[in-house]
Design a protein around this ligand. Structure first.
Ligand code: GLA
Length: 463
């Protein structure tokens, strides 16, 4: 009896002791982490580091341009990190930054650590940072160009735009400044100034220049729209334009989209453009032949000629018609590759649809350019800010297409081009057709040049 009572007493003491220990744990103040000096400082970012705090599950990292953290960079505003370091990217060269961290458990957040000051390096050398797109792509067994759509005004030396471009991209396409309505001011009269600047930038920085685009129904100069000569004279004007532009850039531009968007969206017919009306259904082949002849005459035997179009992965009638044209151009031996624009959304096209489309080009032995990639997250205009759910969906979709592209046979790879750098500058925000003005986040960098999860998705797609 006595020993039974003693056993009970011992159990009660143990129980009480256990309870009070739990209480003590919960009440324990989470230690403040110590931030360390940064590592791998370059002109685009650095690696922030800090010490382990016991019981912590993660850390919240702030990066700011001011020591008092009044303006915190959007991508690094309490960014939750589970490691003891984080590679901070998307910064401007030669600029002062500060960082600090807090430790976090399920229930608590610690005080702020000490503040670490770091200045990014100048923009001369291109650092071999593995988080830079082209750095990672160039390490692949079969690399390809990572392209960016640009405007001449964005190419000023030392600006964040220029620094990111040279760090991360190996090819450029002019968003609109190398189209016919920009270059051709009258019959045989050309304004080369802006286009020359773009091409010179690419050539000077060892960045591939993709010419976009010689013939497009949405970029016909007014004088040609109004042209009152015969159809044969109209065709001669187009031939003259193609010949003069290809000659002017021979050896400086590696590839051209010869014809852009010649196929209609409904039923897979030829699009009813001024070129079809004036030159007949063989106009696509004629344009390719003129471009090829001009290049050879100028001594450029390696110019690559592309046909470029959109929405072929989901619109099968259109896809069939595009591939019929490609077959025709192949037979005439005037084409090298096909550009799939890929103005996609976070829902469409599916992986299988993209693969089927691209594999048809593989079967034809054509080079493949994913030529204008962007991924909308608000095509139904149903969100007013960039939600985490859409951020992750977009990341997954970027990863998916990069994976598909990277898995193509080496001979079919050319370039994967992103259609713009910063979200707030994308054409999608201004398109009346897409009709969700100002309200989408389709690209790899936010409006402050900070890398988004989509950028990480791109990198992961290369693994
Ligand atoms: C099409 C064209 C591009 C560009 C975009 C909008 O996809 O091919 O040149 O004009 O529209 O930026």
């Amino acid at each position: 009896m006595k020993s039974k009572f003693l056993l009970m007493l011992i159990s009660v003491v143990f129980f009480l002791n256990a309870c009070s220990k739990d209480d003590n744990d919960a009440a324990e103040i989470l230690e403040t982490p110590v931030a360390n000096a940064p590592k791998d400082v370059n002109d685009n970012g650095f690696k922030a580091k800090w010490n382990y705090v016991s019981h912590s599950k993660s850390y919240l990292l702030d990066v700011s341009t001011s020591e008092d953290f009044t303006t915190i960079l959007p991508n690094y505003n309490s960014k939750e990190v589970t490691d003891l370091n984080e590679v901070v990217t998307g910064l401007t060269g030669g600029t002062q930054y500060y960082y600090r961290v807090r430790a976090k458990t399920e229930a608590q957040i610690s005080d702020y650590s000490n503040v670490i000051s770091v200045v990014t390096t100048g923009s001369n050398g291109i650092p071999e940072d593995p988080t830079f797109l082209k750095v990672k792509v160039n390490k692949l067994a079969n690399p390809f160009f990572v392209g960016m759509a640009i405007k001449a005004s964005q190419l000023t030396n030392g600006t964040p735009y220029d620094v990111i471009l040279r760090n991360e991209f190996s090819s450029i396409s002019a968003e609109y400044e190398m189209k016919m309505d920009q270059i051709s001011t009258a019959s045989g009269v050309y304004n080369w100034t802006v286009a020359d600047k773009i091409v010179a930038y690419g050539n000077a920085n060892n960045i591939n220049v993709h010419g976009h685009a010689l013939v497009w129904h949405n970029a016909v100069p007014q004088w040609l729209k109004d042209f009152s000569g015969t159809d044969a004279e109209f065709a001669a004007e187009v031939k003259k334009y193609i010949t003069d532009v290809v000659t002017h850039y021979a050896g400086k531009v590696k590839s051209w989209d010869v014809v852009n968007e010649a196929v209609d969206d409904n039923g897979g017919a030829m699009r009813n453009t001024i070129f079809l009306q004036r030159m007949g259904p063989n106009y696509v082949k004629d344009c390719f032949q003129w471009a090829r002849n001009a290049a050879i005459a100028a001594g450029d035997t390696s110019l690559l000629l592309f046909y470029n179009d959109y929405a072929t992965s989901t619109n099968i009638a259109k896809q069939d018609k595009v591939f019929a044209i490609l077959e025709d151009l192949k037979t005439a031996k005037v084409i090298d590759g096909v550009g799939f624009q890929m103005h996609n959304t976070y829902l469409s096209p599916t992986k299988a649809q993209i693969e089927t489309d691209l594999n048809r080009a593989v079967a034809k032995g054509l080079k493949i350019h994913v030529s204008e990639l962007d991924i909308q997250v608000n095509q139904f205009n149903d969100i007013s800010s960039f939600t985490n759910e859409r951020r992750l969906a977009q990341k997954a979709k970027y990863k998916e297409i990069v994976k598909i592209y990277n898995a193509l046979p080496a001979a079919n790879k050319y370039a994967l081009t992103i259609w713009g750098m910063k979200d707030n500058e994308s054409w999608i925000l201004y398109s009346t057709e897409l009709n969700h003005p100002g309200n989408d986040w389709p690209l790899l960098y936010d409006s402050n040049f900070a890398v988004k999860s989509s950028h990480t998705g791109f990198l992961e797609g290369l693994d």
